[in-house]
Design a binder for this molecule. Structure first.
Ligand code: HGY
Ligand code: MN
Ligand code: MN
Length: 417
């Protein structure tokens, strides 16, 4: 690739930080974090705030049938834009940067370009996608999956939340069931900036991550049906204890991850017991298993070991175990030319940069199905995320947004002068 031109522009870091602070007040959990589970009132309020900023900037605001929102500039443009974006829904113990940073850095990039008056070859767009987290309505990246045609809209609208709500009803209720058809016309290119949510960049002293791809993800919901019985009178040999079975499988998930090793991770994030009482052998357990690996073959091996453990435990404990798939995404490789561009821009801006895969799922992994796509990471302090303590320094947030600015300008223009 020839010398990568960089603009003489820089984003307005104070404006970015003040928008991040303002958005963090929506769904503020009082401990530094935010809770804006998808399609709740807090999500609606966050959406309304970001849409108001898009409109104030004169962007064309488009909303599609699954509630994905895109702000495009110039508003009257018809060409395929260079797009950025991420999500503003959060997990229940969300931090203020996961997703939010990518959306607001994108908005900041567009505002900087508008202020500068420079000529660009393609329109620019910033989007936030519905239900990226998948924590309330599985799978994760649901909105961007529909956006790229990976899940039919009608099927997505029928998704049932962990609290029993129907996705289409909630979308209607918060006023974000938009008119634009799904799947969307693909953008010319897509670049997402995101906090790493892991320990690598900070531990190795890098400011920028040129993300090479996203690891494979498998989510299962297991329902274990045993027999409730008296905790005091029931001999151990007579028990069909759903609580024991759930705990045993949670331990097995940990063993699978440590025995396969390398990039393999395994998580049991949710266990609900019924009747969930101190003196009753649990009749029923509902639990989730999250398995991930950058290597598709090893992820398949982890799944095989889980299934073998489920069969064995159903037999030995005398319980019935059914399994429902919540998410299955193969590992994704990003576009080599865009990854190169991220790296070149970072170097041109004197930022230390290294390549790495993403451990977390992202909307970019869905956009990669339809256009040249890559991601920019900035360090997470202590590698912490999905936790109110999630933090990235303002200096690193600014550096990531400036890298995003130049990557987008390079993609939108032959040369940026
Ligand atoms: O699950 C994930 O990796 C993302 O946070 N949705
Ligand atoms: Mn995220
Ligand atoms: Mn997340």
């Amino acid at each position: 690739m020839t010398e990568t031109p960089i603009s003489r522009l820089s984003i307005n870091a104070d404006r970015l930080m003040s928008r991040l602070a303002a958005l963090s007040e929506v769904g503020d959990t009082g401990d530094g974090g935010v809770c804006r589970l998808a399609l709740t009132d807090a999500d609606r309020d966050g959406r309304d705030l970001v849409v108001s900023w898009m409109r104030d900037l004169g962007l064309r605001v488009d909303i599609d049938g699954i509630g994905n929102v895109t702000g495009t500039w110039p508003a009257d443009s018809t060409e395929d834009p260079v797009m950025t974006g991420s999500h503003i829904d959060t997990v229940r113990t969300g931090g203020r940067y996961d997703g939010n940073y990518g959306v607001l850095a994108g908005l900041e990039v567009i505002e900087t370009v508008i202020e500068s008056g420079i000529e660009i070859g393609r329109p620019l767009a910033v989007a936030f996608f519905t239900d990226e987290e998948g924590a309330r309505f599985a799978p994760d990246m649901l909105g961007s999956l529909v956006y790229v045609g990976g899940l039919p809209l009608e099927v997505a609208l029928d998704t049932v939340a962990i609290d029993g709500a129907i996705l289409g009803d909630d979308l209607e209720r918060i006023g974000y069931r938009g008119p634009l058809p799904c799947p969307a016309r693909p953008p010319a290119a897509f670049v997402e900036v995101h906090v790493e949510q892991g320990p690598v960049l900070e531990a190795e002293g890098f400011t920028i991550g040129a993300v090479t791809g996203v690891q494979g993800i498998l989510w299962r919901e297991l329902t274990i049906t045993g027999q409730s019985n008296h905790a005091g009178t029931t001999p151990m040999s007579m028990r069909h204890d759903a609580g024991f079975a759930a705990a045993s499988l949670a331990s097995t998930v940990r063993s699978i991850a440590t025995e396969i090793g390398g990039a393999q991770v395994g998580t049991v994030g949710r266990i609900d017991l019924q009747p969930n009482l101190v003196n009753v052998v649990a009749a029923k357990a509902t639990m989730t298993v999250d398995l991930r690996n950058t290597d598709a073959e090893l992820l398949a091996e982890a799944e095989r070991r889980l299934d073998a453990a489920i069969a064995e435990l159903a037999h030995t404990e005398g319980v019935k175990i059914t399994s429902r798939e919540l998410a299955r995404f193969a590992p994704v490789d990003f576009d080599p030319a865009v990854i190169d561009l991220v790296e070149h821009v970072a170097i041109a801006r004197s930022c230390s940069v290294r390549r790495l895969p993403s451990g977390a799922g992202h909307d970019a992994q869905m956009l990669a199905r339809v256009c040249p796509t890559a991601m920019v990471f900035v360090p997470s302090v202590g590698g912490i995320s999905h936790n109110p303590a999630e933090h990235t320094s303002p200096t690193d947030l600014e550096a990531g947004a400036n890298v995003l600015l130049d990557v987008m300008l390079n993609l939108a223009t032959e040369h940026t002068t």
